[in-house]
Unconditional design. Structure first.
Length: 136
């Protein structure tokens, strides 16, 4: 059983969004500005990809570094409270993400994951090039 959580921390965690996050909006604006059109949050696809390009059979996931266990500085942070819980939760997320990608590839989709750390203002030209290369 998990220890009772701090009410302040619970409020913070409850406010974390899964859709329309800042990194997702950055990617969406870049892609839209390049002239590509897409559908959002493909409910009928494994993992509900953030952006779906059905005609191209391509999908994009925009993942938060912490939540999805990226190997960057932000993703490597370990919470001080409930460390074992968070390690297990993030490991489950990573495992689930990998399974969703495998299922999509087997179904004939091409997949790219954009990480939160790639959406920084200074990194946007590289991100735009990565997105254009994937979508062309």
């Amino acid at each position: 059983m998990l220890p009772k959580s701090d009410p302040f921390r619970s409020d913070i965690m409850r406010a974390v969004k899964s859709k329309d996050t800042t990194p997702e909006m950055v990617v969406r604006r870049l892609i839209h500005g390049m002239g590509y059109r897409y559908r959002l949050h493909g409910k009928d696809l494994p993992g509900k990809p953030d952006l779906v390009f059905a005609g191209r059979r391509k999908v994009i996931f925009v993942n938060g570094c912490f939540w999805h266990g990226h190997n960057c500085k932000r993703g490597a942070r370990q919470p001080k409270a409930n460390g074992d819980y968070w390690k297990a939760k993030i490991a489950r997320n990573v495992h689930r993400d990998a399974g969703n990608i495998v299922a999509l590839v087997r179904a004939g989709w091409r997949v790219v994951t954009i990480w939160e750390c790639e959406t920084k203002v200074a990194d946007r030209p590289a991100l735009a090039a990565k997105l254009r290369e994937f979508l062309d």
